[in-house]
Design a protein around this ligand. Sequence first.
Ligand code: CMP
Length: 146
Amino acid sequence: MAVPGSGSAPSVAELLGRAPIFSALTERQLKSLAKTVKVISYPAGGRIVKQGEPGIALYLLLRGEAEVRQGTRTLARLGPGQFFGEMTLLDEQPRSADVVALQAAECAVLSRWEFWGFAKGEPEVLQAIGREMARRLRGANRALSE
Ligand code: CMP
C-alpha cells in the first residue's frame, strides 16, 4: 500500500478511489474492491473489447487512455478513472463498439457477478454509472445534431 504523499506509485485502491463512480465508497470498501478486481495490462494499440463479441466484464481504466471505435469512427476517448463495458453488462447484448488502448494501459476488470454482488448494496455506484451514461448519450445526441 502506498503511503500518501510518499511519492510512491498509487495503489489499486487509490486509483479506484479516483474514479467518479466509486467516489462514495469508503477506504475500506475500496480496499476490498481492489482485492476483487483483476488488473490487466494492455499494450499501445491493443484491443480491450471487440465490437460484436459477448462480454461478461466491466472495465475501469486505471492508467493510460483508450478510444471507443465503431469501424473507422471514433465515438469517444476515455482516460484514467473512466469505465466502459457497462452496456453489455447491463443488457447482455454483444459489445457495441471496440475499445482500443491508445498507449500502454491498465484496467481494473470486474466480472458481471462480481459487479452485481458489489453494486446491489451500493446504489450510489449504480446512480453514478447512470449519470455517466446519460452524459454520453447527450454527447452522442449533440454530435448527431451538429
Ligand atoms: P459495451 O457495449 O459493453 O462495449 C463497448 C463499450 O464502449 C460500451 O459498452 C460502452 O462502455 C462504450 N461506448 C459505446 N458507445 C459509446 C459512446 N458513444 N461514448 C462513450 N462510450 C461508449
